[in-house]
Ligand binder design. Structure first.
Ligand SMILES: [Fe+2]
Length: 195
C-alpha cells in the first residue's frame, strides 16, 4: 500500500458495509433538491486558445457561445462572450471573455492544486492515459497520482485554472459508503484539534 493510499484509506472506517447502505445512498441522492452541476464558470482572455484546449484536446463539444452586448446587472454597454463546453452528463465547463473586466495577463495563477480546482470524471484509467499523451504533445504536462481508491491527473488549463481528470472505479463505491460513516466525526475532530 502506498503512502498516499494509507492517507486516504486511513481516514475512513473499516466497518463492514450493510447492503442497505447502498440503498440509503441512492435514496439520499434522489431526495437532494440540488440536482448536480449545471456549469462551472471561469474567465479567460484567450477564447480561441481555451476552445482549442477544451474542444480539440479534451474533446468536449462547444455547445453554447453567446456574444452579449451589455453587462447583465447594470445594462452598461460592455460586450463580452460567454461560452460553454459540454460534458457527458450534460453539465458544462464555461468561460467569460470580458475585456472590460479581465484583460492582459492570463487571469489566474495559483501555486498549488490546493487552491480552487475542478475535478471532472473520465470513464477509465485508459482515458486518463489517452488525455495525458494528447495534453503532453500540446505542451500541457500533468501530474498523475494513484490515490488508492481513485486516480487523478492534475494539470493547468490555458488560463491557469487547476483541472483534475479523475477516474473512480466501481470497487471504490464501498470506500465511499464507509467514508460516509465517519465523515462527521472526522470533521469534528479536525475542527477541535486545528491549531
Ligand atoms: Fe480534487
Amino acid at each position: 500500500m502506498s503512502h498516499q493510499e494509507k492517507n486516504v484509506l486511513g481516514a475512513v472506517s473499516d466497518a463492514a458495509i450493510d447492503p442497505k447502505d447502498k440503498e440509503r445512498a441512492i435514496t439520499r441522492r434522489a431526495r437532494n433538491r440540488i440536482r448536480g452541476l449545471s456549469h462551472h464558470a471561469y474567465y479567460t482572455t484567450d477564447a480561441e486558445k481555451t476552445r482549442h484546449f477544451y474542444e480539440d484536446i479534451l474533446e468536449l463539444p462547444m455547445t453554447i457561445a453567446l456574444r452579449i452586448p451589455d453587462e447583465v446587472f447594470t445594462g452598461k454597454p460592455a460586450p463580452y462572450c460567454h461560452f460553454f463546453f459540454e460534458m457527458g452528463d450534460g453539465s458544462s465547463i464555461a468561460f467569460f471573455d470580458y475585456p472590460d473586466i479581465f484583460d492582459g495577463e492570463p487571469p489566474f495563477t495559483v501555486s498549488t492544486v490546493y487552491h480552487h480546482h475542478i475535478a471532472v470524471n473520465v470513464d477509465s484509467v485508459a482515458a486518463i492515459e489517452y488525455f495525458q499523451k494528447k495534453l503532453s504533445s500540446e505542451g500541457y504536462e500533468g501530474t498523475y497520482v494513484d490515490h488508492g481508491t481513485f486516480f487523478s491527473l492534475y494539470l493547468r488549463d490555458p488560463n491557469g485554472m487547476n483541472l483534475e481528470l479523475t477516474y473512480t472505479p466501481p470497487m471504490a463505491e464501498e470506500y465511499n459508503l464507509r467514508a460516509e460513516k465517519t465523515a462527521h466525526a472526522e470533521l469534528k475532530a479536525w475542527v477541535a484539534t486545528r491549531a
